[in-house]
Structure formats: C-alpha cells, structure tokens
Design a protein around this ligand. Sequence first.
Ligand code: OOG
Ligand code: MG
Length: 262
Amino acid sequence: MSIAKNLISQLADVVDNAAVHAQSIIQLTGNHPELTLPDAYLIQRASMARRFRRGERLVGMKMGFTSVAKMEQMGVHEPIYGHLTDAMLVHDGGVLSRKDFIHPRIEPEIAFILKRDLQGPVSPAQAMLAVEGVCAALEIIDSRYEKFKFSLIDVVADNASSTRFVLGNTILAPSSLDIGNLGMVMEINGEARQIGSSAAILEHPARSLAALANMLAARGEHLHAGQIILAGGATAAEHIEAGDVITLRTDGLGSVTVHMRE
Ligand code: OOG
Ligand code: MG
C-alpha cells in the first residue's frame, strides 16, 4: 500500500528545500522506514512539480547506477532514473559556484538527444532509432543526504542526486560512430582521475536508453523529442572542490570541461 498523499508532499518539500538551500538532511527512510520504491518516485515527481512551479522546465531525464563502478561506489545495485531541468544545464567550459552545493561529485557520462518521442517497450536498437545525436557529458551530483549516504529509496526520492550536467559541443549522429566502447578519461586539474569506457554503461549505453523508456512505459509515460538523456556514470564519481577544473576526454566524441570556483 502507498503512503498518504500529504506525506508524499511533505517529503517532497524536505528534499526540495535541501536542494534549494544546499543543506544536507537525514535520509527519509530514517524516519519513514515504510517508504516503498513507488513512493520514492512519487516524492521525486512531487519535488519536480515544485521546481516547475518556480519556472524550471523539463529538458530531459537521467539514468543512474548503470555501471558496476557506480553501483559498487554507492552500494545501490539497480538502475534508477531522475528528471533534468533547464536550470541544471551548464554549457561546455561553464563555471559553477561551490557555495551552491553541499558536497559535489562529478562523473563521466554519454548523453543522447532525441529526435522523436520514444515509447517503451523497446529494444536498445529500436531506442537508438529515436536518437538524433550523442555527445560526451559530465554530470555533477550532490546528494542532499548527510555524508552522501543513502538507500535506493532515499536516492530516488532525491531525484537521483541530480544538480548540474554539462554537454560537450561535439554532437554526432549515432550512425557515424560506434558508441559501444568509447574510451573516457576524466581529468581534474590536468590529472587523469577516472579512466573507463562507454561499455561500462550496461555494456552499451543504448541499453540504458531502452531501460529508461521501458521503466517509464511501466507508468504510462514516455520520452519526448528534443529531450536530453544521460546514460549514467561510466566510472565512479570524484569529489570536486573550489578551484578545480574538470575535463572529460573521449574517443570520438571530443571533450567537455567545467570549472568550480569559490
Ligand atoms: C546517484 C546518482 C547516480 C549515475 O550516473 O550513476 C548517477 C548518486 O550516485 O548519488 O547519476
Ligand atoms: Mg550520473
């Protein structure tokens, strides 16, 4: 059975306020062990509704925990999704301000931009037919929970730790390269800190896109033309601090950079 509507709304306020004020909170399941995964997605959607009321616009979706490295780092072993808004989108070479975050981390990703609606159930190959372009991306995550520690249910309620994402300027048609095994090197201040491959993302990022469409289809929802989809971190995430410059270099998809200042 699902929890009461007013509790969903109250908990959505808790995660939303934590994000707005960059202040950490204790895990929702600490006080509410009865929360289920469907409840967590309801809280996520209710918190997004607050952002939309403030004028933010939905621009896409993200997948999380699609690589073994991410699952092992965070102790969550099933893929989840979250919502991305225009306020989270940072341009390549953009600058972030450390004070806007609690304890930010960064991870290397691949992004898809859709040319048409994508309705599950679909196979990975069918999902790719809806893709206009692919690019390298950096995702900045900032769990609202103390010490960046959470359960599956807590992280889903917190919109999968979403805070910012940066898209590379090299956007290629998926037919022009094989995205199944692209080398990815994430550097912080010129030092290679994570080295991986797009193959780490569910063995092929197309599987992540299909998995997202299929998870949404189970709720009667679908992806829309023009949306940006992050396939999930290919490696573990790295802590970032004021003064850091982070660059992701990829085989074939160019590079993408973001700066963190005070
Ligand atoms: C949750 C978000 C996971 C990914 O790419 O795996 C995620 C987290 O790690 O805090 O974005
Ligand atoms: Mg991510």
